[in-house]
Ligand binder design. Structure first.
Ligand SMILES: [Ca+2]
Length: 326
């Protein structure tokens, strides 16, 4: 039993992803009526695509296509980035370990891979953008990647290790909020900024109890004054960081929080442990379910042009295309 739980936990660790800031890259093809075709369309359709073992994050990249990080199994080098071509998912870049967040910037896809950040060119060639030693503090579990608005840098979350957040005897069961276990979390979660020539700096510092384990990060706010917003995996808090200050957007909104995206006057948030995606109306302080009943809703892509979410269900090996109603 314990072994099974450990296996689940291992899957979990591998899984936690985030939002990727690829929103301005739409290049939708013709409206496609067939339920099994994959191109983003102006008229989005609800559909599901089987992609392989442990898809974690998705974004739009080269040639307007969708690119998906695939954690794969536990063997070193069995992780990959797949490209969605028609209704097939095919290897695009291989030899990764456990890639998680992905975002598209100028001339490259950027993905986290455990304690490294990798850069992938248009041919699928992988190089190291930032190695563990390039960070100003120890990194354990790099997760989400969001592109800066000028697409010349990325923001990457260091979630700190999720193994400390779960009861090892449970099935993806978090320790209770405000428990001793929460108090013992190391508060090393933070967000880094990495330029496309590999310079690493702290974008959101660690040490705040409200954000022990940031999973998702996104760039939001007005054009002249953008700021970062994070979804905390352990607490379910949504946090903004602006003018060097952290503040709540929502407290304990959705534990297991993974992706976070702003749009349509709401905030979309997924939960990896709860297998659901919600939209949160901040003015009304009201959550509405977008989709539920998944096993592990990971780092979805908000396809603004087609007004749909593309949600990896990591443990089921699927991508769900979910049109938005508003
Ligand atoms: Ca792997």
């Amino acid at each position: 039993m314990k072994t099974q739980n450990k296996t689940l936990l291992t899957s979990l660790l591998a899984a936690v992803l985030l939002f990727s800031g690829c929103e301005h890259l739409q290049n939708p093809n013709q409206a496609e009526k067939s339920a099994n075709k994959l191109e983003a369309t102006p008229k989005a359709e609800r559909k599901t695509l089987e992609v392989g073992t442990k898809p974690e994050s998705v974004c739009r990249g080269f040639n307007g296509k969708l690119y998906v990080t695939m954690i794969g199994g536990n063997e070193p080098g069995d992780g990959a980035v797949y490209v969605i071509d028609g209704d097939k998912a095919k290897p695009f870049a291989t030899g990764l370990n456990n890639p998680k967040g992905i975002a598209w910037v100028k001339g490259a896809l950027i993905t986290t891979d455990e304690t490294k950040v990798m850069k992938i060119n248009s041919k699928g060639k992988v190089s190291v953008l930032a190695d563990a030693k390039d960070f100003p503090a120890e990194v354990e579990f790099l997760n989400d990647v969001a592109a800066a608005r000028n697409r010349e840098a990325v923001y990457v979350t260091e979630m700190s290790h999720p193994k400390r957040m779960f009861n090892p005897d449970g099935d993806r069961e978090f320790w209770p909020l405000n428990s001793d276990h929460q108090n013992k979390l190391p508060k090393t979660g933070c967000v880094y900024k990495i330029t496309l020539d590999g310079k690493v700096s702290v974008a959101v510092p660690s040490g705040d109890r409200r954000m022990p384990g940031p999973n998702g990060v996104t760039v939001t706010g007005p054009k002249e004054k953008p700021f970062l917003a994070m979804a905390d995996f352990f607490t379910g808090n949504l946090i903004a960081y602006e003018d060097e200050k952290m503040r709540f957007i929502a407290k304990n909104l959705l534990r297991g929080a993974d992706a976070i995206e702003f749009g349509n006057g709401v905030i979309y948030v997924s939960s990896w442990t709860q297998g659901k995606v919600i939209s949160y109306n901040r003015k009304e302080k009201k959550s509405t379910t977008v989709i539920e009943g998944l096993t592990s809703a990971a780092d979805f892509f908000f396809d603004r042009k087609a007004n749909q979410l593309i949600i990896p269900d990591m443990l089921e090996g699927k991508l769900h295309f979910v049109p938005l109603v508003n």
